[in-house]
Design a protein around this ligand. Structure first.
Ligand code: NAP
Ligand code: ZN
Ligand code: ZN
Length: 354
């Protein structure tokens, strides 16, 4: 069966409408009609081959909310009509140490990404959520809280869990001083989630005009990172920083804002490396730099439940598929407030223009 989708054909051309084949429903699969799909900066990196791993044709999208419309005969976790979510992974080996520990995002064989992966059943390219439907193994599907606005839930499936996972893994607790670098899709979720956990959040931004929004989202302090005096004023004040910036930058000014034993967690994946940090202050103040990759299926469900309890969703701008290139261009300029979400059902598939 073929469905409509937004397709990148190479690294330089705009996305266009195309038809893609849907994976045939397996016994443990669910078929989902997609309602909303968030636009993650990773989609842009991938569409433009900025990580040099893209295989075309490529259908981006891994912040998916939709409705179950069919289930395989062994898929009993979900019922037809249920609202569900799918994030960055659609499969993993399920046997390695990390899969057994419910940390599929660190699968030793490599998890199968929702798009630009190899389907373990068909051997075809996996296709993402800028499309009408998705067929996916029920293990990689999560339940969406009923009280939240659906378009605002979609970005939780990647942006939300990517910042939730390190906040939980590194035991952020009430009263901790947490820094967030960059108020974009990931950053605005980090501000909301960390402050809902009771942490006191400092946002670092290159965009002074985003300060009011950061305070509304729960930040206690806003620091304009280009202002050296503001950076100096908050030296040695933070326990943990989540760095969500999509471009290479100097890490040293952020390391200087950490207390002794502090940790800088990098979740942004720029196309070129950051310049090497100065090791000396790291040694003398026992600082750490960590990376963190998305989050597990279990963490995704925990995060969604937490968001349901705390009434947290992404701040979104709803677009239709026709507007994807404008959305990408604004994302490149750091002008998103704070996540574009594609209204898949409102998309006119015959009329997607560059
Ligand atoms: P985004 O919405 O574009 O936000 C990035 C923010 O970084 C911008 O809003 C901006 O905030 C700040 N920034 C400062 N200088 C920048 C520059 N030169 N270019 C771009 N941004 C700049 O992106 P996102 O969707 O949150 O994704 C952020 C990064 O995380 C991307 O690299 C993405 O691929 C990666 N990611 C990683 C994972 C993971 O598993 N680790 C998961 C999802 C995404 P200010 O205006 O406040 O400075
Ligand atoms: Zn993403
Ligand atoms: Zn595995």
């Amino acid at each position: 069966m073929k469905i409509n989708a937004l397709v990148a054909h190479d690294a330089t051309q705009p996305l266009t409408t195309g038809q893609i084949a849907l994976r045939p429903l397996q016994p443990q699969d669910v078929k989902i009609d997609i309602l909303y799909c968030g636009v993650c900066h990773s989609d842009l990196h991938m569409a433009r081959n900025e990580w040099a791993v893209s295989r075309y044709p490529l259908v981006p999208g891994h912040e998916i909310v939709g409705r179950v419309v069919a289930t395989g005969h062994a898929a009993s976790r979900f019922k037809v009509g249920e609202l569900v979510g799918v994030g960055v992974m659609v499969d993993a080996c399920r046997e390695c140490h990390f899969c057994q520990q419910h940390e599929e995002q660190y699968c030793e064989a490599g998890f199968v990404p929702t798009y630009n992966g190899i389907d373990r059943y068909t051997g075809d390219n996996t296709h993402g959520g800028y499309a009408q439907s998705l067929v996916v193994d029920q293990h990689f599907v999560v339940t969406v809280p009923k009280n939240l606005s659906l378009p605002g839930v979609a970005p939780l499936l990647c942006a939300g869990v990517t910042v939730w996972s390190p906040l939980r893994h590194f035991n952020v607790k009430a009263g901790d001083q947490v820094g967030v670098v960059g108020l974009g899709g990931l950053g605005h979720m980090a501000v909301q989630l960390a402050s809902a956990m009771g942490a006191e959040v400092t946002l670092f931004t290159t965009s002074p005009q985003k300060g009011q929004d950061a305070l509304r989202l729960g930040a206690k302090n806003v620091v304009v990172s280009k202002d050296a005096a503001q950076m100096t004023a908050c030296q040695t004040s933070l326990d943990l920083i989540i760095d969500c910036v999509a471009a290479p930058h100097d890490l040293d000014p952020y390391l200087a804002t950490l207390k002794t034993n502090g940790r800088l967690v990098l979740v942004g994946i720029p196309d070129k490396p950051h310049q090497s940090p100065n090791i000396t202050p790291m040694v003398f103040r026992r600082l750490s730099i960590s990376g963190s990759s998305i989050g597990s299926i279990q963490e995704t469900q925990e995060m969604l439940d937490f968001c349901g309890q705390h009434n947290i969703t992404a701040d979104i701008e709803l677009i239709t598929g026709e507007e994807i290139e404008t959305a990408f261009a604004r994302m490149l300029r750091g002008e998103v407030k704070y996540r574009f979400v594609i209204d898949v059902q409102a998309t006119c598939w015959g009329a997607v223009h560059p």
